[in-house]
Each structure stands twice: as structure tokens, then as C-alpha cells.
Design a protein around this ligand. Structure first.
Ligand code: ADP
Length: 447
């Protein structure tokens, strides 16, 4: 087991990882920018190292400073959290070269899944169902037209190097396609420095369903069920739940089994998420995230398993603590992402939190790094906390969520709490009837 883990992140996830380390009796080092000297994860860590000024590229993305912080403090492993360097293959390789363990998969696996064309090819080879489309990059107009005619319109053109929902164009006819291909390529080139694009069938009303997987790096793979993250705004997840209201036990076991086998065959190590669009009973792979996800607590709630403990165990060579048959699903969990944003316009609302009171009671978990008197710096993302509610079934979970949202107080700044108070009373949400466009349409109506 590791003696000392350096946490290369900030905010709620830094605290989340720190808690797991404490439980496992592992010493913690946190790094922070000058803007985060007062952050909760800095206060609670055994040691902290200031690695630079506020902008992420000078601090949380500064590989040299982080490696130096490991060497100064004698950390033998790094947990990257999510975002920042968590899917940076070069960072994983550099740590390996310094004999520091990266708590995550190999640099090569990060690289494969970071390239969307390569990821899709790999998924297909491993028996994961993918969206019908081109086999690789498409450059010629003629070829694009042929593929689109074959799979049928509408189609979507996506950048191989894309991310965060950027670099995608939908074409509903051949005339659209010609323009979309050109703009997608030039935009991808400008945004990502790589103009490779590929074509897929455009699904009109899918749900976003993702499977939590784990590999032990020695050829064993398991799945921890799925999460439904269809409620999104601008491709950002807002509300996540497990299990998905749309799946039955048979579909769950089937797609879980396919993913677990793929992870085993790949020889993957650590936590991963295989993301699908789901429509008319079919799953279509879109991408794999090679890290812990923001929404991992809903899976923890329904399985009772600490996924960060598992990450640390696997990275230290101790293997997974569970076999597939030990993983049982109990009840229902929902997570609301509470952002420091205006609930109507979604513009960021940094500033000082004058009062912060979190709900409690059975089935309630709040993961947050903020506190009364905390000043939210304007440099980073606006997530200030996650409310995760668990109940024996979805109805009980929703009842409890409504009550927890009523108790939650954040004064001094604007937050997205009012949005969730609206959603929890909505009939479609209560019935679990929503797709990936539902929230945007709902918000447009409210305006
Ligand atoms: P990114 O890495 O940029 O997030 P993804 O491939 O995960 O890109 O796609 C982001 C979002 O774009 C999906 O969640 C979905 O809303 C939409 N999308 C992607 N592919 C398709 C498709 N084939 N049909 C319909 N929507 C799609």
C-alpha cells in the first residue's frame, strides 16, 4: 500500500479523495494555487504545497511543479481526480518515469480513449455496440456522401480530437452535409489542432447512459451498473441517477456484462466509464472516460462500495476488493450538481458564501469543499457541491430529495438550487421520462 498520496486537484473532489486516503491510513499531500490557500482540502491535508498562481495552466496543469511537489514531500502516488491532468497521458508517463504511481490507467489506454476515432475502433473490436458510421476519419466529400446515404440522414460530424461537446455538426440532407463537413473540419483544426472528423448516424431522442467499470490490470474486469445522465445543459450533466429509469434488469446485466468483458480483454487498470447513447432499446458507444467521474457517488450509493478505495487498491497492486457477484444494487440514488451560477442564465456567480447549511438525515450525502465565509475564486469551474440522495426506490429517493433541497441553504451567491427545486416537482422527471434534449427544452420554455 502507498505511504503518501499527492492529490493533484482542488474543490470537492480533492476532499473526496482525501477522505478515502484518511480511511485507508495513507498520508496526504495536496497541491494548490495561491487562490486556493484557504480551501478546505488544504486545511485538512497532512501537507500542502503551493504550486503556482491562480490560472490552471500555471498551477493545477503544471506537470513540472506537481512532480517537484511529489519529490519534495516523498509522495509515492498521485490521484488526479477528474478534469485537469486526469486524462493526460503524458502526465501518467512522466510520473511512471519518476517511479511515482499514477492512480489511473496506463498512459497508452488514456491515449487510445482520448482519440475518439481510435476509441470507437477499439470499442468495436472489443464487442461494444457503436453508433453506425464511418470506420475512421473522413476527408473526401464523395466518401462522406456515400457513408451518409448508407447509414441514412440525419448524420452528425464529430471531431476526433473533440471534447466537452464541442466540434459537432448535424446534417439533415446531402446539401447540409457538404457545408457541415467543411465547417466541422476547419473548426476542429482551429480548436484542437487536428482536423480529423468522422461521421455517425444522428440519434434524435437518445438518453445518455453510462456504465461504471473497473479493471484490475491483470485481466479481470467488473461493472458497477449504469448511471443515467440524460439531464444536460450544453452537454454538461446537471442531474444524474442510478439505476436508469429506462432500463430493465435484463438490459442492465447485458450491457454491464459486455463492458466488463471489454475491460478485462483490454487489460485495463482502474476506474473507467463507458458512455452510451440509448434509443429504442439499443446502446451506442460514444466515448470512454478513463478516470473517476463527478457523478460516481450515485453508484457508490446503490452499491455501498467506495470507488476511490478501489482505485487506490488497484493502483497499489492489491486488486479489486470485490468480484462481480459481490456487487449488488440496492435502491435508487440521484445527484444534483450545485453550481455557483444564476439558475436562469447560468452565468457564474463567484463571491463570498455568507451562510452555508447542508441537509442531513438518512440517505443524504453532500460532497462539497465550501463553507460559511468561503470566497469562491473566479478562476475555476463553478461546481460548489453535490447533493446525493439515496432511497429504497425512486419514489422514496425523490421524496427525500425534495426535503433535502428545502433544507439546503447557500447565501451570498447565486446557485442552481432553485432549478432542482423546480425539477423535483416536474411530472416528466417524476416519471423518469426525459431524453438528452429534455432539459434544454424545459429551460427554453421557462424563459
Ligand atoms: P464530447 O467528448 O465532446 O463530450 P461525445 O461524443 O461524448 O463528445 O458527445 C457529446 C454529446 O453530443 C452527447 O452526449 C450527445 O448529446 C451528442 N451526440 C454525440 N454523438 C451523437 C449522435 N450520434 N447522435 C446524437 N447525439 C450525439
Amino acid at each position: 500500500m502507498f505511504q503518501k498520496i499527492l492529490i493533484a486537484n482542488r474543490g470537492e473532489i480533492a476532499l473526496r479523495v482525501l477522505r478515502a486516503c484518511k480511511e485507508l491510513g495513507i498520508q496526504t499531500v495536496v497541491v494548490h494555487s495561491t487562490a486556493d490557500a484557504d480551501a478546505m482540502h488544504v486545511r485538512l491535508a497532512d501537507e500542502s504545497v503551493c504550486i503556482g498562481p491562480p490560472p490552471s495552466r500555471d498551477s493545477y496543469l503544471n506537470i513540472h511543479q506537481i512532480v517537484a511537489a511529489c519529490e519534495i514531500t516523498g509522495a509515492d502516488a498521485v490521484h488526479p481526480g477528474y478534469g485537469f491532468l486526469s486524462e493526460n497521458a503524458k502526465f501518467a508517463d512522466i510520473l511512471a518515469a519518476h517511479n511515482i504511481t499514477f492512480i489511473g490507467p496506463s498512459g497508452d489506454h488514456i491515449r487510445i480513449m482520448g482519440d475518439k476515432i481510435e476509441a470507437k475502433r477499439t470499442a468495436k473490436r472489443l464487442g461494444i455496440p457503436v453508433v453506425p458510421g464511418s470506420d475512421g476519419a473522413v476527408t473526401e466529400e464523395k466518401e462522406a456522401k456515400r457513408i451518409a446515404a448508407e447509414i441514412g440522414y440525419p448524420v452528425i460530424i464529430k471531431a476526433s480530437a473533440g471534447g466537452g461537446g464541442r466540434g459537432m455538426k448535424v446534417a439533415r440532407s446531402e446539401a447540409d452535409l457538404v457545408v457541415a463537413l467543411q465547417t466541422a473540419r476547419s473548426e476542429a483544426g482551429a480548436a484542437f489542432g487536428d482536423d480529423a472528423v468522422y461521421i455517425e448516424k444522428y440519434l434524435e431522442k437518445p438518453r445518455h447512459i453510462e456504465v461504471q467499470v473497473f479493471g484490475d490490470g491483470a485481466g479481470r474486469g467488473v461493472h458497477f451498473g449504469e448511471r443515467d445522465c440524460s439531464l444536460q445543459r450544453r452537454h454538461q450533466k446537471v442531474w444524474e441517477e442510478a439505476p436508469s429509469p429506462a432500463l430493465n434488469a435484463e438490459e442492465r446485466a447485458h450491457i454491464g456484462g459486455v463492458c466488463a468483458k471489454a475491460i478485462a480483454d483490454l487489460g485495463y487498470s482502474g476506474a473507467g466509464t463507458i458512455e452510451f447513447l440509448y434509443e429504442n432499446g439499443e446502446f451506442y458507444f460514444i466515448e470512454m472516460n478513463t478516470r473517476l467521474q463527478v457523478e460516481h457517488p450515485v453508484t457508490e450509493a446503490i452499491t455501498g462500495i467506495d470507488l476511490v478505495h478501489e482505485q487506490i487498491r488497484v493502483a497499489s497492486g492489491g486488486g479489486l476488493s470485490v468480484r462481480q457477484e459481490d456487487i449488488r444494487f440496492q435502491g435508487h440514488a440521484i445527484e444534483c450538481r450545485i453550481n455557483a451560477e444564476d439558475p436562469r442564465t447560468f452565468t457564474p456567480s463567484p463571491g463570498t458564501i455568507t451562510h452555508f447549511h447542508t441537509p442531513g438525515g438518512l440517505g443524504i450525502r453532500v460532497d462539497s469543499g465550501v463553507y460559511s465565509g468561503y470566497k469562491i475564486p473566479p478562476y475555476y469551474d463553478s461546481l460548489i457541491g453535490k447533493l446525493i440522495v439515496h432511497g429504497r426506490n425512486r419514489v422514496e429517493c425523490m421524496m427525500r430529495l425534495r426535503r433535502a433541497l428545502d433544507e439546503f441553504v447557500v447565501d451570498g451567491i447565486k446557485t442552481t438550487l432553485p432549478l432542482f427545486r423546480d425539477l423535483v416537482g416536474n411530472a416528466d422527471i417524476a416519471n423518469g421520462e426525459y431524453d438528452i434534449h429534455w432539459l434544454e427544452k424545459y429551460l427554453a420554455k421557462e424563459d
